[in-house]
Structures are given as structure tokens and as C-alpha cells.
Design a protein around this ligand. Structure first.
Ligand code: C2O
Ligand code: CU
Ligand code: CU
Length: 486
């Protein structure tokens, strides 16, 4: 049972209700929570077509979130009038949104009703290694018909996500992913009316049947297989309603197995206030917003200028190497329709700065990691430093140690590099942290490029994975591990 309301709704109310400003306890305000002034918020039902379903919290304790989650095949409707037998968490795509607050204990009673073994990995969450869902590191996957209780504390606020870590390209591609939102009780108030959007795609034929996970052979693997239908919370091009001038806060995660989302609103800009690991040190205004596979973005959007106006959030082909953007049309992601009412004044931009200490890299060891490919007699093998995952030796690290990882790209394709269990700070060319400071767990490594980041290994010993988040690349060997030792 939830004892809390989504914090943002409550806060917006406090901001806009005159008598709440005068006296929080005033008896005259009774019942006002149900009847917001007409010009205050988004139009009624503004996010009905988009909002994800949420997992029910079964725990009465205020600081425990306890949910049941089952991986199983289920029929979903993606192309209207057709049925797709997809792989789902609890019967839908995406899986239910799990909502917690920073510091909560999260318990997930997981059941595997798939015909294959699977795990759940909590992407970006600083869990203990036994809860990380990397198969046999150290726990074996959950067998068909089996169950496992994931049980961990969520120490950081931000938007995280969950997905399997066995045959990831196939399992994620078939529909297994969901979002975990960790709210921060101390966050600045009134950032905007919030909606969580899981961006993804799925590969289906005209009849709705899933396309094979290995289509196109090695070339398909190299390009990274993208689904042919773009989804927002499991729906193709849904509609979000808005009130002209009224700010919205979009919490976005790119859960696609290969696709990058480069997003354009045709005019209005995005104010990006945070990413993988919560709020950034300062907001950045940007015309187009890029999310590599696995990344998150926390953005403020004032989507429309005039009452009644319509906008479309579009997917722009992003060149992640070797013709991946060639001859591809832009695609609609989301329709935004403004209510006919008069525009409201968005007011001054909220202060969303956050104090983030730069990691001291003065005595850090540099770890060079080159993303590589090899054409062998047995076919394509991807790797790191020329070694595929099955033959890889772990990077060694000590608890409390800071390292600088230099990820270079020797291929004609870009890669989103992801580290499990620990956040990092991307470094600029001079070795100083990139501005504004931000905690990340996934970063785009361009073609012919390199990315350096600083990471400090906190006291969670164990074997942790890192890999390209184009899941076809990961499955073809572009993965490694770091052994954090006591
Ligand atoms: Cu989303 Cu191994 O990660
Ligand atoms: Cu991860
Ligand atoms: Cu890759």
C-alpha cells in the first residue's frame, strides 16, 4: 500500500493553491486537492495515453517498496488490429514502473515463467553485487519456472531501469524492460508536471509477429538491430496533452536494444536538468536531445507556444557509423496537443543546480579499453582490447580506488559504453571533468573517438560487468568485468 502521493503533484499544488500558501492547515481548503483551478495545471487526463502502469507496493512500511514481478509471454497489441506474442514483465510492455524514494528498501519477488533462463539487472542502481543480475557473477540465472527475491536499498535519486542480462539482445528486444524511478524528497519544488517515458522499439512483421533476433547475420550484429516500430511506454506515437506555456518534466530512458534516440520538438528546446545518476550540477538548454541506448535524460519542456497548437516529437536519424543513418526518414515519436485554453505564464525557470564534487584523479591509474572487432573463421567476434568476453581477464580495482578509464573506439560503429554498479564522471580533453558535472553510467563513444571518465569504486566488492549497450554488440563479445577487491 502506498502512503505517499507522487511528490511532484503534491508540490505543484502547494505552489498554486492560494489558501495553501496562506495557511497549510486552514479548514477552508478542505477538498481543494480534487479541484485544481482551471488554469493551473495540464488539461485533465493530459498523460492518459502515455502514462506507464505502476507496480503495486505490497508493503505497509513507508520506507519499503515490495512488488511482485513475473516475466512471461503475453499477447500485446502494437500494430492496431494485430497481436504480438511478446516477452513481458506482468503482461505488458514496458514492465510496470517501480516507484521508490531515495533510501528505500526495494524488494522484488521475481518469477520466471519464460521458457528460458533470465535475470533482472537494475541498470544504474548501486546494488550489492549479488543483486546485480549479471549471470553467475555470482548468482546463477533464474531457471524457467524459478523465482528469486531481489532485495536492495536505492541510495541515489534518479530514473533507473531494469532488464534481463541473459541473451540480452533477444530478451530486451522481445519486450523485457521497465523503469525504476527513485524520487528525491529534498529536490527543488515545482519543476514541472512529471511523466516517465520509456523509449524503445520492437521488431515485428505486418501480422505483428516478432522478427527473429538474429536477422541479417553478422552484418545485422555489426549495425545493431533496431526494431521497426518506435514505442513510448509501449505505444507507437501516443498523444500527450499540454497547456500552452505550462512546463512539463519528462523523465526519459532509452530502453531500445540498439537504437539511439535523437529527439527534436521542431522549435521548443529541451532544458536538460539531469541524466543517468540524477540531477546534473546545472541545467543545459539544447535544441536536440540525444539518448544513446541505456541512457536517461531528465528534461523540462514547454512544448507549445500557442493554445491549440500541435507539435510532434520526432526521431532524427543519428549517424552511429557506417551508414546507420543513410536513407532513413525521420519518425514520429509522440504527438503533443495543446488545450485550446489561453496560455499560462511558465514563470521563471526553477533553480535546479546540484552540488557535485569532481572526482580527484591526481593519482588515478589509467585503464585503456579499446572497443574492437575481429573477423574469424567462426564469424564475427567483438571484444575489448581484442579479447571477447568469454576469454577476458578482469580489470583489477581496490575498494576506495579511483581509476581513469579511457574507452577508445577502433571500429566504424559507435558504442554506448556502460559500467555496472558505479557512476562515473566524464572528463574533458584536458583531463578536467566535463561541465556541467554529472553522474553517468552509460556514455556514447563516437566513431574514431575516445571517452575518458573517472570512477571511484566504493565499498561494494565483487565482479562487475561493463559492456557496449548495443546489446547485439554485447552478446557478440563486447563485454568485460572489473574485480573490485577488499
Ligand atoms: Cu543495462 Cu549490463 O546493462
Ligand atoms: Cu547496467
Ligand atoms: Cu557497440
Amino acid at each position: 500500500m502506498r502512503t505517499r502521493k507522487p511528490a511532484s503533484f503534491a508540490r505543484i499544488f502547494v505552489l498554486l493553491t492560494p489558501c495553501a500558501l496562506l495557511a497549510a492547515a486552514s479548514a477552508g481548503c478542505a477538498g481543494e486537492e480534487e479541484t485544481a483551478p482551471d488554469d493551473a495545471g495540464q488539461p485533465a487526463g493530459w498523460d492518459d495515453d502515455v502514462r506507464p502502469r505502476e507496480a503495486a507496493d505490497l508493503s505497509p512500511a513507508p520506507d519499503v517498496v515490495e512488488v511482485e514481478l513475473t516475466a512471461r509471454e503475453a499477447d500485446v497489441e502494437i500494430r492496431p488490429g494485430t497481436t504480438t506474442r511478446a516477452w513481458t514483465y506482468d503482461g505488458g510492455i514496458p514492465g510496470p514502473l517501480v516507484r521508490a524514494r531515495r533510501g528505500d528498501r526495494v524488494i522484488v519477488h521475481f518469477h520466471n515463467e519464460l521458457p528460458v533462463p533470465t535475470t533482472i539487472h537494475w541498470h544504474g542502481v548501486r546494488v550489492p553485487v549479488e543483486m546485480d543480475g549479471a549471470p553467475d557473477m555470482p548468482r546463477p540465472p533464474v531457471a524457467p519456472g524459478g523465482a528469486f527475491d531481489y532485495d536492495f536499498v536505492v541510495p541515489d535519486a534518479g530514473l533507473f531501469w531494469y532488464h534481463p542480462h541473459v541473451d540480452s539482445a533477444e530478451q530486451v528486444g522481445n519486450g523485457l524492460y521497465g523503469a525504476l524511478l527513485v524520487e528525491d524528497p529534498e529536490e527543488p519544488a515545482g519543476l514541472g508536471d512529471e511523466v516517465v517515458m520509456v523509449l524503445s522499439d520492437i521488431g515485428i512483421d505486418d501480422d505483428g509477429a516478432l522478427l527473429p533476433a538474429d536477422g541479417g547475420g553478422d552484418l545485422g550484429t555489426l549495425f545493431g538491430r533496431e526494431g521497426n516500430v518506435i514505442l513510448v511506454n509501449g505505444r507507437p506515437a501516443p498523444e500527450l496533452r499540454a497547456r500552452a506555456g505550462r512546463r512539463q518534466r519528462w523523465r526519459l530512458v532509452n530502453a531500445a536494444k540498439s537504437r539511439y534516440f535523437w529527439l527534436d520538438l521542431g522549435g521548443p528546446t529541451f532544458v536538460r536538468i539531469g541524466g543517468d545518476g540524477g540531477l546534473a550540477a546545472a541545467p543545459v538548454e539544447t535544441g536536440r536531445l540525444l539518448l544513446a541506448a541505456g541512457e536517461r535524460a531528465d528534461v523540462l519542456v514547454t512544448p507549445v507556444a500557442e493554445p491549440g497548437e500541435e507539435r510532434t516529437l520526432r526521431w532524427i536519424p543519428f549517424d552511429r557509423g557506417y551508414g546507420t543513418a543513410d536513407l532513413r526518414p525521420e519518425e514520429d515519436v509522440l504527438a503533443i496537443r495543446a488545450a485550446p485554453d489561453e496560455a499560462v505564464d511558465p514563470g521563471p525557470a526553477p533553480d535546479v543546480s546540484r552540488a557535485i564534487e569532481p572526482i580527484d584523479t591526481a593519482s588515478a591509474m589509467v585503464v585503456p579499453l579499446e572497443l574492437t572487432m575481429d573477423q574469424t573463421d567462426a564469424g564475427l567476434v567483438l571484444g575489448i582490447n581484442g579479447v571477447p568476453f568469454e576469454d577476458a581477464q578482469p580489470v583489477q580495482a581496490a575498494i576506495g580506488e579511483t581509476q581513469v578509464w579511457e574507452i577508445s573506439n577502433a571500429m566504424d560503429w559507435a558504442h554506448p559504453f556502460h559500467l555496472h554498479g558505479f557512476f562515473f564522471q566524464v572528463l574533458g580533453d584536458g583531463g578536467e571533468p566535463a561541465q556541467p558535472l554529472e553522474w553517468k553510467d552509460t556514455v556514447h563513444v563516437p566513431v574514431d573517438g575516445a571517452v575518458r571518465f573517472a570512477v571511484r569504486f566504493d565499498a561494494r566488492p565483487g565482479m562487475w560487468m561493463f559492456h557496449c549497450h548495443i546489446l547485439d554488440h554485447a552478446d557478440a563479445g563486447m563485454m568485460g568485468m572489473v574485480n573490485v577487491q577488499k
